[in-house]
Design a protein around this ligand. Sequence first.
Ligand code: UFG
Length: 383
Amino acid sequence: MNILVAGGTGYIGSHICVELIEAGHDVVVIDDFSNSRPEVLDSIEKITGTRVKFYEFNILDEEKTENVFKENQLDAVIHCAAFKAVGESVAKPIEYYENNLMTTLIMAKMMKKYQVNSIVFSSSATVYGDPKVVPLTEDCPLGETTNPYGTSKAMMERVLTDVQFANPNMSVTLLRYFNPIGAHESGLIGENPKGIPNNLMPYIMKVATGELPCLGIFGDDYDTPDGTGVRDYIHVVDLAKGHVLAIEKYQEPGVHICNLGTGRGYSVLEIVHAFEKVNHVKVNYEIKERRPGDIATCYADPTRAKEQLGWVAEKTLEDMVRDSWNFLQKKKCFYYGARQASTDLQRRMFGQEIEQKYKIKIQDFQYDTFFNRIRSGDGSKLV
Ligand code: UFG
């Protein structure tokens, strides 16, 4: 199939692209790099050997979006282009509603116009609100969302459901993600948020590297075994594989709703300790006040995914914490190596290593620019 991945250079989108390509699909990506980097396209190519067809713009630009539909014979859309920071959404509701809702409407409009009848939408367990019972099945009632980000996800689910009702030929799949962590085993793609992270795993990693001094654990007085919040952490590669199966198997018209989680919850402290044990690093933490809007426990009942898609999460907690760290270490080693290379010979040797590893050619005359950019902290643009 020829599949448009909206938001395809983001954390989850990039892993979806890799799995789609490895399953034999063609991929077209739209992204505006608002929370990702162009180098991700190179990394996808390094992993798969395939360069995805790429368009850089925000889907709010309807004309440009329409051109993508005109220029490509699309079979399906995976829509994961959205703003996703819970705290930021409280401060910027207009931007969140505009971006998340309008992009979905424009996407639906183009799908109708160009008769692309299948969409998989990145939804979230946040639509269940504060669960009355766990594990959460897809039949659990939707709950009160507590921030504009969560509300925008619930609204987008509703919009797409109504669109499907009016266009009975369409297949609309709402995948409700639990807590994705981890990274591709190559270490070439992973979660690399801009600024101070909101989510647990990226925060742990920044504390482990020393970039941030201490993890604040938001509450140890919840009604959970150790008092800290319990979530269903799922490896991002398992999550991405779920998308491939969803796009292939949910072809028949209708609205398909499916949880993507492991069915097992881990507490914040369990995650911190697993991270320390597997990666042999220390994570300083202190207990803080509860974070407003947080819930005690949330984990999935993944039975439907197993029955309808033949999907089960295969990776373990150890895989998740190891792969997250591996991704960050790869980046760190690169910058460390570049900074240490102080003589011309060292720089040349390091440069050759990089050339081999990343299959790129650094021209002699580019060496100075190359190392200066890394030293000035602009190295993220290079790999
Ligand atoms: N936590 C901390 N300290 C931190 C960050 C998080 O203790 O610095 C705790 C939270 O209190 C919570 C757990 O770690 O108990 C997980 O928090 P995250 O912010 O990583 O994830 P959430 O469960 O709050 O939210 C995530 C996604 C949302 C999505 C939701 C669905 O960020 O987009 O899962 O359940 F909607």
